[in-house]
Design a binder for this molecule. Structure first.
Ligand code: NAP
Length: 322
């Protein structure tokens, strides 16, 4: 018989979705445990993707903008204020095959789980795929961005580049033409992966130029981006492209490795949810970017965190557990 106490709810992940779920479940007296992750690199820390941004101007309620990390700190403070217990560790294993659900941090091979709970809210987010250049961590938020909706406004009348050839890259490039003087789409092949209609829109836009067969092998800039170095994939020649902004749009990866074999995943790796935040396992809910490859905004993640908390509370109530 396991000695580990059974909690009402464990929330895994601490971006806007997880912290909003914490605020709501805490205010519903569910005494949530939030396992927020732990810093393992500059691009992987508790608080999610907003920890990697600078100014956030589109989060309602902050008319003068707010720095991403400060916004997340305030989310966290609000969750703590209502009694959320926060653990700064990474979950190493989960077992959702039987009630109560089991969650491990640290050594995943111990027989006894570290925590058990009647319900789980998964909010582990997603990460933008990056080019893998050493300058990226230094310049992210300083001319280098992974979100045109968030940062496009800062590049009014700039010459900028978008890297990638899929629908995301074209969508970002088209959006950025509203602000930028020119947008160079840098793609590693000589044809786009994007859908035909998106391609047609890009080709018809005078502000979009194309750097075909090109990979970015360097980003120059001390405080902020000044130029990028492109290498021609056909002959290896290098050239400098003077741009003050670079948007990397080569895809996203949801943080779902932990849930393979436990929860239903889409072909692209995102968690499948239905009827709000329900997963295919009763009592396990998911919210935020881990289950959303369409909107991917802080405000939509926060909204879905609220939905997951309400779904969870109602489910526990229906079980007679709350
Ligand atoms: P994607 O379709 O996987 O495209 C990624 C692009 O980035 C590809 O062109 C790929 O090049 C390039 N790339 C990948 N790794 C790279 C690297 N290390 N260096 C340089 N280039 C690299 O991803 P996505 O554009 O994010 O789209 C994901 C899904 O969402 C797709 O199904 C897409 O249709 C959908 N989506 C739809 C819309 C819309 O309909 N409005 C908008 C956004 C996304 P290669 O082509 O050479 O592989």
């Amino acid at each position: 018989m396991s000695e580990t106490p059974i909690r009402n709810v464990i929330i895994i992940g601490s971006g806007p979705a997880g912290l909003t779920a914490a605020i709501y479940t805490a205010r519903a007296n569910l005494e949530p445990l939030l396992i927020e992750g732990e810093p393992s690199s500059t691009s992987d820390q508790p608080g999610g993707q907003l920890m990697l941004t600078t100014e956030v101007e589109n989060f309602p309620g902050w008319p003068d903008g707010i720095m991403g990390p400060e916004l997340m700190m305030r989310f966290r403070e609000q969750a703590l204020r209502f009694g959320t217990e926060v653990i700064t560790r990474k979950v190493s294993k989960v077992d959702f095959s039987a009630q109560p659900f089991s969650v491990w941090v640290g050594d995943p091979d111990t027989a006894e789980p570290t925590y058990r709970a009647r319900s789980i809210i998964v909010s582990t987010g997603a990460q933008s795929l990056m080019l893998g250049l050493p300058e990226e961590s230094r310049l992210l938020g300083h001319g280098l961005s992974t979100c045109a909706t968030c940062d496009g406004f800062f590049f009014r009348d700039h010459d900028i580049a978008v890297v990638g050839g899929g629908d995301s890259a074209i969508e970002e490039a088209l959006f950025l033409t509203k602000f930028a003087r020119s947008v160079t789409l840098v793609h590693r092949r000589d044809e786009l992966r994007a859908s035909k209609i998106m391609q047609d829109r890009a080709f018809a836009n005078d502000k979009i130029k194309f750097a075909w067969n090109s990979t970015v092998v360097g980003i120059t800039g001390d405080q902020t981006v000044e130029s990028i170095t492109l290498e021609d994939t056909t002959n290896g020649e290098r050239r400098e492209l003077p741009v003050t902004g670079v948007f990397v749009a080569i895809g996203h990866k949801p943080n779902t490795d932990l849930f393979k074999g436990q929860l239903q995943l889409e072909d692209n790796g995102y968690l499948v949810t239905h009827d709000g935040s329900l997963t295919d396992v009763e009592g396990v809910f998911a919210c935020g970017d881990v289950q959303d490859h369409v909107y991917r905004q802080a405000i939509t993640a926060a909204g879905s965190g609220c939905m997951a908390a309400i779904d969870c509370e109602r489910w526990l109530e229906a079980q007679g557990e709350h």
